[in-house]
Design a protein around this ligand. Structure first.
Ligand code: SF4
Length: 364
């Protein structure tokens, strides 16, 4: 590793950050001492995993009003925690945050990086981010933005993540020299606002020393691996109402969708649409949409079916009073159907036979 010393190379970042930093609700004003509220740093870092700053801000503000301390989050009802996270996605972060808060409320904050990394939901990156920003430990936190900046600055070929160990060792003295919280946030901020995928090198404090800029290779560094095409599927998303109740899947205890209530779905290929003429006015539809996830795309066709009487639902399904619907945490796709229920739909031209829907959702 023949990179120039980090304290010198990254020195322009500190004054740049003082002048250019965004005013974010979790940021401390004074970056020379420990953060006054490490719990706020923890909440922000968990929320910022996989989610943009602009999306996180209103969630963070509401969350801190609702659960202002680790102890208050630990005591909160699980449905209320998921409800506060509703719409942010990757819901296991909410469960991790609650579990980490429980540990902190009971045992206090860990005193070192290993202890932080042992809290639920904190991988090496988040532990280092909390350690440097909340406690001023000189532990480098490399997120996607930091990797991009450093790959360009140091002209790293290939995937910079494979050099994570080297980069951390190189970066640590710069954190000690310029302040761990300040430099960590400055690096992330530069990646988010200036050294973006399409970089604005003209506004960059590191431009004079940047290897990729000097070599005219900012468009090809860092190397980005192509993702496999997402799998496609199609489904009916069904809101079924009877006797003042709606039929929903109760939350799973674990897995990606743990903690979330879900509308029943039926695979559209296995449950083909026929003429909906026989369904009468009790069956309503709205225009469908494509729900995009990291690895798959769903063509969603939303339906509402009103029945005269409830039936004995299949395992895992529950009839929930209509009045409870607004307080239950739902994922993004299912929220969308809940919102649609408030606006008029229309009789569908095509839909699965309602008898088939009921058969699929009844106890065998
Ligand atoms: S000069 Fe351009 S490519 Fe280099 S770090 Fe700055 S913004 Fe990124």
């Amino acid at each position: 590793m023949s990179w120039p010393p980090a304290p010198t190379l990254l020195a322009p970042l500190a004054p740049w950050f003082e002048a250019a930093r965004r005013d974010l609700p979790w940021r401390a004003g004074d970056l020379d001492g420990p953060h006054p509220d490490p719990y706020a740093v923890l909440v922000s870092e968990l929320m910022l995993q996989q989610t943009q700053v602009a999306t996180v801000i209103p969630y963070f503000t509401r969350w801190m009003e609702r659960f202002p301390t680790a102890a208050s989050l630990e005591e909160a009802d699980e449905d209320a925690v998921h409800k506060a996270w509703e719409g942010l996605g990757y819901y296991r972060r909410a469960r991790f945050l609650k579990a980490a808060a429980g540990r902190i409320a009971a045992e206090g904050w860990p005193g070192n990086l290993e202890g932080l990394a042992g809290l639920p939901g904190l991988g090496p990156y988040t532990a280092a981010a909390v350690g440097s920003i909340a406690f001023q430990w000189p532990v480098p936190a490399l997120d996607g933005n930091a990797f991009r900046v450093l790959a360009r600055l140091l002209l790293i070929e290939g995937d910079p993540k494979t050099r994570a160990g080297d980069l951390r060792a190189w970066l640590a003295p710069a954190l000690a020299a310029h302040g761990p919280s300040r430099l960590t946030q400055a690096l992330m901020e530069l990646g988010a606002t200036v050294c973006a995928p399409a970089p604005a090198c003209g506004s960059c404090p590191l431009a004079e020393a940047c290897g990729a800029r000097l070599a005219g290779r900012t468009a090809e560094i860092p190397h980005v691996a192509k993702r496999p095409a997402p799998k496609a599927s199609a489904l009916w998303l069904v809101a079924m109402e009877a006797e003042g109740h709606m039929l929903l899947h109760a939350p799973a205890a674990s897995g990606l969708l743990a903690g979330l209530w879900r509308w029943p779905t039926l695979d559209a290929e296995a449950t083909p649409a026929g003429s909906a003429a026989s369904a009468a006015s009790a069956l309503i539809a709205w225009p469908g949409w494509t729900q995009v996830y990291t690895h798959r795309r769903e063509a969603v066709s939303p339906l509402y079916l009103r029945l005269e009487a409830r039936f004995e639902a299949a395992e895992g399904l529950r009839w929930v009073p209509v009045g409870d619907l607004s307080r239950l945490p739902l994922g993004k796709r299912d929220q969308r159907l809940r919102d649609l229920l408030a606006i008029p739909g229309q009789a569908p031209l095509e839909a699965p036979d309602p008898t088939l829907l009921i058969e699929n959702l009844s106890k065998a």
